[in-house]
Structure formats: structure tokens, C-alpha cells
Design a protein around this ligand. Structure first.
Ligand SMILES: Nc1ncnc2c1ncn2[C@@H]1O[C@H](COP(=O)(O)OP(=O)(O)O)[C@@H](O)[C@H]1O
Ligand SMILES: Cc1ncc(COP(=O)(O)O)c(C=O)c1O
Length: 279
């Protein structure tokens, strides 16, 4: 006779994180990456899609960008906020248009979610710099001040800090401080491998602690989805109750594990796979 084993232990419900982000069809970045990262870190993920991005094989993998109707974004956030009894943390990824920012701003005002992580995606890898700059001011004025943590890359950090360029660790530290002065209590300004240190280097600043977070760089290439993975991992860790600096340290380890050995698609960037991470 077949026997069954009764499991009397009911696992605790996982924390819940919401990603308000774009869809990147190939699964390398955006909401797809956020969900995979949340799952890998033991957090239940839900999403409100802000746009649909499909890379164009005929045109140098440019991003074909289709915004989601603002009312549909509002509806998705409402569904997440009301279906779940609580949302423990929220990641903001690509917003892309001023109308999207207005819809997200209104929803954030309404629901007052805790632990907002803003990845200020002003531009995707491969996009022309001018393409997303029109949303810069709206993002800075409406979304950024709501963030508990923000994770700008080098270009975004320079833009938000109002400096021409960042070419040294000292300039990156200065930019992190300037972004803190905009009203964000925790800033993780990312250089990755681009400052020639041989490491993947980011700077954390919370008004008191100024910490250079460095791990060995995996190769010298930048990676598709690394920024999304990092911000999603910070979000997941905050959802679990981690302090911001600890969440950032764990998130860098998640990124490092995700790119080793990594994946190569046909685009000129390496993909990340969060399933390699073992916490
Ligand atoms: N080659 C690499 N090896 C290890 N970590 C990396 C590498 N490239 C980037 N990172 C890390 O990935 C995260 C995202 O960085 P980056 O690629 O600059 O952001 P974004 O995707 O927003 O442009 C950062 O923590 C950065 O240090
Ligand atoms: C929908 C979406 N969000 C975010 C990003 C940013 O990705 P990354 O993590 O490489 O900065 C991209 C880049 O393609 C994207 O398509």
C-alpha cells in the first residue's frame, strides 16, 4: 500500500514585492528579470507592466518601445495592491514616458507602499541618449523623492547629479552625495567595471556611511539585465527586512553569481541568469 507522509509544517508565507517595470521580451531585463530575481531570493513577485520592449534584429537591436496605456498601469497596480494583503517592497524600473510617470506617481501616492527602490532607467543599453531624456525631469521631481533606495548607473548618476561625466571613484562618490541631497536616503551609484579598477565598483551613500562596494569584475563587458537584477535583489532583501547597505551588498553578490558563467546572446551584451545564485 502506498504511504503518504503528512507534512504538518506549513511554510511561512514569503514576503511580497511588486515590480512596476517594462517587459523585455527576450527575458534578459525588465519585469521578467525582476520576477526571476525575487523568486531566487525567496520573495513572491507581482508586476505592473509599464511598457513593452522588443529588440529589433533588423536595426542593431534597437529597442522597439510601446508604452502601456496609463489607465492599464493604474489598474495593474490596483490589482496588486488589493489582491495581496500587503506589499513589502516595490521596485520601479523603466517608466519611459511622462504620462506613465504621472500614473505611477498617483498610485504611489494612493497606496504608500513601503521600501521603494527606484532604478532610474533613463536609457536602455543600446538606446540613443536623447531618447529618454524628456522623462528625466518628471522622474526626478515625482518618483525619485519617494525612493528609499535608488540605483543609478554611471550615466544616470551623472544626469541626476547634474554633472557632465563621471570618470573616477571620487566623482562617483560626489555624485552619490549630490543624489542623496535630492532627498533619497540611500544611494547606490553604479560604475560596474567601467572605471578601469578591474573590479565591479559601486558607491553606497546614506548620509553617514560612504562605502565603496567592490567585487571582482566578471569580464570587462557590461551586461544586459545587471542593473535590473541588482535593483530587484535590493528590493527583495528590503522586503525580507534587510537594512539598505546589507541589501546592496547581497544584491551585488546576486549579480556576480548571475554573470558567472553568464550567457551570450546575439546582442553585444552578456545575459544574466539569476538561477546560479545560492544565498
Ligand atoms: N562585468 C561585471 N562583473 C561584475 N559585476 C558587474 C559587471 N558589470 C556590471 N556589474 C554590476 O552590475 C550592477 C549593474 O551595473 P550596471 O551594468 O552599471 O547597471 P545598469 O544595468 O543599470 O547600466 C552593478 O552592481 C555593477 O557593479
Ligand atoms: C524593459 C526594460 N527595463 C530595463 C532595462 C534596463 O536593463 P539593464 O538592467 O540592462 O540596465 C531594459 C533594457 O533593455 C529594458 O528593456
Amino acid at each position: 500500500m502506498a504511504s503518504t507522509t503528512a507534512n504538518s509544517t506549513v511554510p511561512a508565507a514569503p514576503p511580497i514585492a511588486l515590480a512596476i517595470a517594462g517587459s523585455e521580451a527576450s527575458g534578459g531585463a525588465g519585469a521578467q528579470t525582476d520576477l526571476k530575481t525575487f523568486h531566487q531570493l525567496g520573495v513572491f513577485g507581482c508586476t505592473a507592466l509599464t511598457c513593452i520592449v522588443s529588440m529589433d534584429p533588423e536595426h542593431n537591436w534597437d529597442h522597439r518601445f510601446v508604452p502601456v496605456d496609463p489607465q492599464v498601469i493604474t489598474d495593474q497596480i490596483e490589482a496588486c495592491a488589493t489582491v495581496h494583503t500587503r506589499i513589502d517592497a516595490v521596485k520601479i524600473g523603466m517608466l519611459g514616458t511622462a504620462a506613465t510617470i504621472d500614473a505611477v506617481d498617483a498610485a504611489l501616492e494612493q497606496y504608500q507602499f513601503p521600501n521603494l527602490v527606484v532604478d532610474p532607467v533613463l536609457i536602455c543599453k543600446g538606446q540613443e541618449p536623447g531618447a529618454a531624456l524628456d522623462v528625466d525631469n518628471a522622474l526626478r521631481a515625482k518618483i525619485l523623492p519617494r525612493a528609499r533606495v535608488t540605483t543609478p548607473n554611471l550615466f544616470e548618476a551623472a544626469t541626476l547629479a547634474g554633472v557632465d561625466e563621471i570618470t573616477s571613484v571620487e566623482q562617483l562618490k560626489d555624485a552619490a552625495k549630490r543624489i542623496y541631497d535630492l532627498g533619497v536616503p540611500n544611494v547606490l551609484a553604479k560604475a560596474g567595471p567601467t572605471l578601469g579598477t578591474g573590479t565591479a565598483l559601486d558607491v553606497f551613500y546614506d548620509g553617514e556611511t560612504l562605502e565603496v562596494l567592490e567585487v571582482p569584475a566578471v569580464g570587462t563587458e557590461r551586461m544586459h539585465g545587471a542593473g535590473c537584477t541588482l535593483a530587484a535583489a535590493v528590493t527583495a532583501e528590503l522586503a525580507k527586512g534587510a537594512a539598505p547597505l546589507d541589501a546592496c551588498i547581497t544584491a551585488k553578490n546576486v549579480v556576480s553569481a548571475s554573470v558567472n558563467p553568464g550567457m551570450h546572446g546575439n546582442i553585444p551584451f552578456t545575459y544574466v541568469y539569476q538561477g546560479f545564485y545560492r544565498g
